[in-house]
Ligand binder design. Structure first.
Ligand SMILES: C[S@@+](CC[C@H](N)C(=O)[O-])C[C@H]1O[C@@H](n2cnc3c(N)ncnc32)[C@H](O)[C@@H]1O
Length: 306
């Protein structure tokens, strides 16, 4: 069991979204992306009790640290996932009045350009989930990065660049930010407003079952170990791993690793007898999102076992 699942009964702010379902939103719903240890997040949620604040963070350790700080807050929800891939899957169009991103990694190497907030996929997701008139605010200590975000997002068809501030006065600051400013260095805040309706396609779906018309044995499943596949020019990749069976050797779990544009998931494919044949689906404990790579992995396993 992962550390967040163990922590969940105690820290109820940690939530697990379901594949193919948007998260519930209220009139005043906001999102912080990459909240780190949550110093800002917890203070911000505390000062704005009428706002439902979601936080998305890729690091499990950070989610746990923030959850510990958030004890007693009822308007905060933390999700451990990759915001780049998941933003549009988690929120419907026109649902957030503000998205905040503070001191994101600037990903300075060219090879990492697709991870920046300026990457088309990500900025389109931002533009879709913001309400018209909603705000995207990015704070950085890296001037070239702030300039790039200003230029690229300002050129987005549904966003207008509104403000580029150097050392803005901020009500809530973090330890790192205060130290940086004390050293006489600058921080930059760039603000954008959504100006018109905008939408993007979603890539996850709710359910997938595949029926195969033959019985599967432990040997068949074990033969899939280390089998790999890819599609869409390598954007979707999958690999099968170890397999497990119940005492009667009737139900099987097949460890599977997938990657969709570097959005990685590990889960089990569940295979159980059904009317003369076998039914393949994601194991219920998986919490995996049915992305293109997950669907391809399931189809590939079914085809190889058929
Ligand atoms: C430099 S830290 C800043 C943390 C915090 N915002 C602050 O100001 O102290 C950047 C944070 O973004 C998180 N992060 C990086 N890529 C991410 C992604 N794709 N989705 C969600 N979080 C991400 C990192 O794990 C890290 O905690």
């Amino acid at each position: 069991m992962d550390i967040l699942r163990q922590a969940r009964p105690q820290y109820k702010v940690i939530i697990y979204p379901e594949s193919g379902h948007f998260l519930p939103v209220q009139e005043k719903t906001e999102l912080e992306i990459g909240f780190g240890n949550g110093e800002f997040t917890v203070q911000y949620a505390g000062k704005n009790p009428d706002v439902l604040l979601y936080g998305v963070e890729i690091s499990q350790a950070c989610v746990l640290r923030c959850a510990r700080r958030a004890y007693g807050l009822s308007n905060l929800r933390l999700i451990n996932t990759d915001a780049r891939f998941m933003l549009r899957e988690l929120f419907p169009d026109e649902s957030l009045r503000k998205i905040i991103m503070q001191f994101p990694c600037p990903w300075s190497k060219n090879a990492d350009a697709h991870k920046r907030v300026t990457a088309k996929d990500f900025s389109d997701g931002l533009a879709a989930v913001l309400k018209v008139n909603g705000i995207f605010e990015m704070v950085s200590d890296d001037e070239p990065y702030a300039n790039e975000v200003w230029k690229v997002l300002g050129g987005h068809e549904a966003l207008r660049a509104e403000d580029f501030e150097v050392n803005p006065k901020r009500e809530i600051t973090t330890k790192y930010e205060r130290k940086w400013l004390e050293e006489g260095r600058n921080i930059y805040r760039v603000t954008f407003r959504k100006t018109k309706a905008f939408t993007v396609s979603r890539r996850t779906s709710e359910e997938m079952h595949i029926k195969i018309n033959r019985a599967v044995t432990a040997e068949d499943i074990e033969a899939l170990r280390n089998v790999e596949g890819k599609k869409d020019n390598g954007k979707s990749f999958w690999k099968f791993g170890r397999s497990f069976t119940d005492g009667d050797r009737n139900i099987f779990l097949l460890e599977t690793l997938t990657s969709d544009e570097e959005f990685e998931q590990k889960f089990y494919i569940h295979a159980a007898p059904k009317e003369e044949g076998f039914l393949l689906r994601l194991d219920k404990t998986a919490d995996a999102f049915l992305t293109p790579a997950v669907r391809a992995a399931l189809s590939d396993a079914a085809e190889r076992l058929s």
